[in-house]
Ligand binder design. Structure first.
Ligand code: FAD
Ligand code: NAD
Length: 464
């Protein structure tokens, strides 16, 4: 009998297992794939960032080196090598998680797990069937790509992010359905390698759930990379014939437009994954969006069964799943952990990067909060000028009465790293003036955050 059994080895599951083991629990983890790490490591965060980095090197060599006085002759793309390197990164990290499981004496069961009852799980693999008994069970089964009604993904020409990470040729024209995170990150990879990208988006701008300023700025930057946009367009059909994909979408006037490309990436969100999990045998059901309902302790309606990560409500982010993994293990141990969901940062790894934490301006407006805005354009940042990386800005939203920072939104170089400073500041409930008075090394991209905070404090930015 285990104390804790985790189903799923993504960032939620494997972190939950490690924390449970650290707390002295006899722990097991079940994974249906032969390798550990889940979506994030195998077909998500890590491989996409590996390809984003490689394609950025190529793009810089092709378009940015010359102005730095570097001439390159005979520049070529070896897509096969690019994909192999990405696979190598993933393999290296698969090995890292296997090592961590051994180090923490966590028993790994490879196979598909399903509930027999609330304390018993059956694990089925090619090698046969095993049964595991456990006092507590953590469901961390993650998510899978969603599609649209009537749209059939053929995994060859009409593809999801998983196939887009393993193409054998560079698309001539990649039509991307969905102007969210996946569409823009993977669209950027191929745009940098020379593909024409057309984004068909239902809403009126890119990354529509983020602060609107971010989407507008990103739209301008990606346009320079060769992105075309079809906003407020509703996709009606996607058909593949031979090497051609035809997308028909209806615009806001009710007219149909037709786009032809050689690949279509469907990136319209992800859905929780609970297939063949036997939830009903444990007395569990999913909600109307396929998620497993949990309470404030991330416990399901059945005592002793918990759920975390993409399979429950909230942002589908690796670091959110990780926090929940630690949280649940500590709850089972009788501790009183806390997650501040308002301070989970979100990052889009395009170039420029977009990063955000806290409330958007639209949310503050809707809530009737008396707020003030401070901004700093990267054009006014010495380091950005030196690097010729001046697209974007930092936007600080603060309470107009107390000066407390309520949201930070960054589009620009190194936004993903700079947002960490904003998260720390907000965790300690800093005012805009606090950041404005902290010494920031010069010249750094992070100085743009200081200047935006000074601008929010009392319009007293010093460098623009
Ligand atoms: P998952 O990582 O999905 O892991 C669930 C695991 O459970 C899987 O391995 C699955 O095989 C296993 N499983 C499911 N059912 C069973 C069963 N019955 N028995 C046994 N095993 C089972 N997030 C970020 O924060 N940053 C990023 O940069 C980022 N980039 C992304 C890029 C792409 C292309 C994609 C698709 C996603 C990206 N994400 C990113 C999102 C991130 O991958 C997810 O939020 C994260 O993986 C969720 O973790 P999880 O542990 O909940 O589930
Ligand atoms: P998303 O929710 O970010 O974007 C989906 C987009 O598709 C939205 O803009 C939506 O308006 C649009 N859309 C929906 N239906 C449409 C339709 N019928 N026609 C046209 N557009 C339509 O989802 P995603 O990009 O698929 O990513 C899935 C999840 O993976 C996200 O929740 C994200 O958090 C996570 N992810 C995170 C990262 C990261 O953190 N950097 C990277 C990739 C994925």
């Amino acid at each position: 009998m285990y104390d804790v059994t985790v189903i799923g080895s993504g960032p939620g599951g494997y972190i939950a297992a490690i924390r449970a083991s650290q707390l002295g629990f006899k722990t097991a983890i079940i994974e249906r794939y032969p390798v550990l790490g889940g979506t994030c490591l195998n077909v998500g965060c890590i491989p996409s960032k590996a390809l984003l980095d490689s394609s950025e090197h190529y793009h810089n060599a092709a378009h940015k080196f010359e102005v730095h006085g570097i001439k390159v002759k005979g520049l070529e793309i070896d897509l096969g090598q690019m994909i192999n390197r990405k696979n190598g990164v993933v393999q290296q990290m698969n090995g890292g998680i296997t090592y961590l499981m051994k180090k923490h004496k966590i028993d790994v069961y490879n196979g598909h797990g399903s509930f027999i009852n609330k304390n018993t799980i059956k694990v089925v693999s090619d090698e046969g069937e095993k049964t595991i008994e456990s006092k507590n069970i953590i469901i961390a089964t993650g998510s899978k790509p969603s599609t649209l009604p009537g749209l059939e993904i053929d995994y060859k020409r009409i593809i999801t992010s998983t196939e887009a990470l393993n193409l054998t040729e560079i698309p001539k024209h990649l039509i991307v359905i969905g102007g969210g995170v996946i569409g823009l990150e993977l669209g950027s990879v191929y745009a940098r390698l020379g593909s024409k990208i057309s984004v068909v988006e239902f809403m009126e701008g890119l990354v529509p759930t983020m602060d609107r300023t971010m989407g507008k700025e990103l739209q301008k930057s990606l346009k320079k990379l060769g992105f075309d946009y079809y906003f407020k367009h509703k996709v009606k059909s996607v058909k593949a014939k031979g090497k051609t994909v035809t997308v028909i979408a209806e615009n806001s006037k009710g007219e149909d437009i037709s786009l032809e490309g050689d690949y279509c990436l469907v990136a319209v969100g992800r859905k929780p994954y609970t297939e063949n999990l036997g939830l009903e045998n444990a007395g569990l059901a999913t909600d109307e969006r396929g998620r497993i309902p949990v309470d404030a302790h991330l416990q399901t309606s059945v005592p002793g069964i918990y759920a975390i990560g993409d399979v429950i409500q909230g942002a589908m982010l690796a670091h959110k799943a990780e926090e929940e993994g630690v949280f649940v293990a500590e709850i089972i141990a009788g501790q009183k952990p806390h997650i501040n969901y308002n301070l989970i940062p979100g990052v889009v790894y395009t170039w420029p990067e977009v990063a955000a934490v806290g409330q958007t301006e639209e949310q503050l407006k809707a809530a009737g909060v008396n707020y003030k805005v401070g901004t700093c354009p990267y054009k006014a940042n010495g380091r950005a000028v030196a690097s010729i990386d001046t697209d974007g800005l930092v936007k600080v939203l603060a309470n107009a009465d107390t000066d407390e920072i309520l949201g930070v939104h960054i589009i620009g170089p190194r936004a993903a790293d700079i947002i960490g400073e904003a998260v720390v500041a907000m965790e300690f409930r800093a005012s805009a003036e606090d950041i404005g008075r902290i010494s920031h090394a010069h010249p750094t991209f992070a100085e743009a955050l200081k200047e935006a905070a000074l601008d929010a404090t009392a319009k007293r930015a010093l460098n623009f």
